[in-house]
Design a protein around this ligand. Structure first.
Ligand SMILES: *Cc1c(COP(=O)(O)O)cnc(C)c1O
Length: 395
């Protein structure tokens, strides 16, 4: 069996997205900035994609800026809000401990430039407390940036409550919604969102394309200077095939959201129940306020990396919460933030199911994880010490 259970890392492009993009590679390859009709066909496709994308999140087309993906959108949103804040003498930003590195590293850069950042803690449930946010707000707060849903543990933040508070206090509110858009209903209007980042390859679109929503009237800082594309806010010839495919993928995902959520959540809960049966294991993050496709676990006494490699041998593509792939041996900042100690955080596993996942696949995953965890514990010195009572079980 071959099971792709790493949809939080990236997704397969949908047929609708591939079909939508092909004509703009093969036939309508004109430059949307060209004045002849051949270029204007590309321009029309671009603007139609902008309308589609806007509609999917409750925005106006002119509020959508196409980018190279989620990272760029995060960078541009945060740097823009910081520039606006600085101009007004406000250099305090509020974020939280479990953001994606595209947000965290941008904030680090701003801290070096003199900005002060408050990182809200999350509870063991992986969710920010609205009271903590309220308490952190200051006269000089220029931005609140809290992700919609977490990429590692899938927890969903109280976005509407946060947005409402920010709107009342006249503070810009940005949300990294890369894991949410196309997966759960998102509406920038009713949720008081000023800026939102999204990425096509997380909802069955192509890689290297995404968008930033910025509410009308918010002045954006350019990251890329050059031509006047994107109304002067991002230079460079537009990725027309990618953008057209993104719009098609998003439209289809949003149309099927109700059915997908129901299907995925049922399988997710089955998977959680199955893995919870493994002794000394625990689900990471809230069991209910989480993405319908996300299952994240810690297993005591094992290394997440070994677990992944053995699951790969069984045909299962999964991910671990530790950042070893990036060359560091530090466990995930997200797992540490929800209170997992280093040793426990090292034994983590993230499974993110696709819309097309089946019960048989979930059964196979449960069986495989059981076998692999038992096998690894069989020769783990950490596990031996735990069983011998030399160290104490945490989970
Ligand atoms: C994937 C991801 C990003 C980065 O998006 P790219 O398009 O790959 O740059 C940012 N934030 C979150 C939460 C993500 O999951």
């Amino acid at each position: 069996m071959k099971i792709y259970a790493d949809n939080a890392a990236t997704t397969r492009m949908s047929r609708a997205a591939i079909d939508a993009m092909m004509p703009y590679i093969e036939e309508y390859y004109g430059n949307p900035s060209s004045l002849y009709s051949f270029g204007q066909q590309a321009k029309e496709a671009l603007e139609s994609a902008r309308e589609t994308v806007a509609k999917c999140i409750g925005a106006q087309p002119r509020e959508i800026l196409f980018t190279s993906g989620g990272s760029e959108a995060d960078n541009q949103a945060i740097l823009s809000a910081a520039a606006l804040g600085k101009k007004a003498g406000k250099t305090h930003i509020i974020s939280d401990a479990i953001e994606h590195h595209a947000v965290l590293h941008t904030l680090k850069k701003l801290e070096k430039e003199g900005f002060e950042v408050t990182y809200l803690p999350v509870g063991t449930d992986g969710i920010v407390k609205v009271e903590d946010l309220e308490a952190a707000i200051r006269e000089d707060t220029c931005l609140v940036t809290v992700m919609y849903a977490n990429n590692e543990i899938g927890t969903i933040q109280p976005i509407k409550e946060i947005g409402k508070i920010c709107r009342e206090k006249k503070i810009l509110f940005h949300t990294d919604a890369v894991q949410a858009v196309g997966h759960i209903p998102v509406n920038v209007e009713s949720e008081y969102i000023d800026m939102l980042s999204s990425s096509a390859h997380k909802f069955h679109g192509p890689k290297g394309v995404g968008f930033l929503y910025a509410r009308k009237g918010i002045r954006l800082t350019n990251l890329i200077e050059g031509g006047a594309q994107e109304r002067g806010r991002r230079a460079g010839t537009e990725n027309v095939p990618g953008i057209v495919a993104m719009a098609a993928a998003l439209k289809e995902s949003v149309e099927k959201i109700g059915e997908n959520v129901k299907h995925a959540a049922a399988l997710r809960d089955k998977l959680i129940a199955g893995l919870a049966g493994i002794p000394h294991s625990a689900l990471n993050g809230d069991a209910v306020k989480r993405l319908p496709s996300n299952v994240s676990f810690c297993f005591e006494g094992i290394e997440g990396e070994s677990l992944l490699l053995l699951l790969d041998d069984k045909g299962i593509c999964a991910s671990s919460g530790s950042a070893c792939t990036s060359g560091s041996l530090d466990p995930s900042h997200v797992l540490l933030a929800i209170g997992r100690v280093h040793d426990v955080a090292h034994g983590s596993l993230r499974l993110t199911l696709g819309d097309d996942a089946t019960e048989e696949e979930v059964d196979y995953i449960i069986q495989s994880v059981r076998e692999v965890v038992e096998y690894l514990r069989g020769f783990s010195p950490v596990w031996r010490d735990l069983c011998a009572g030399k160290t104490e079980f945490i989970l």
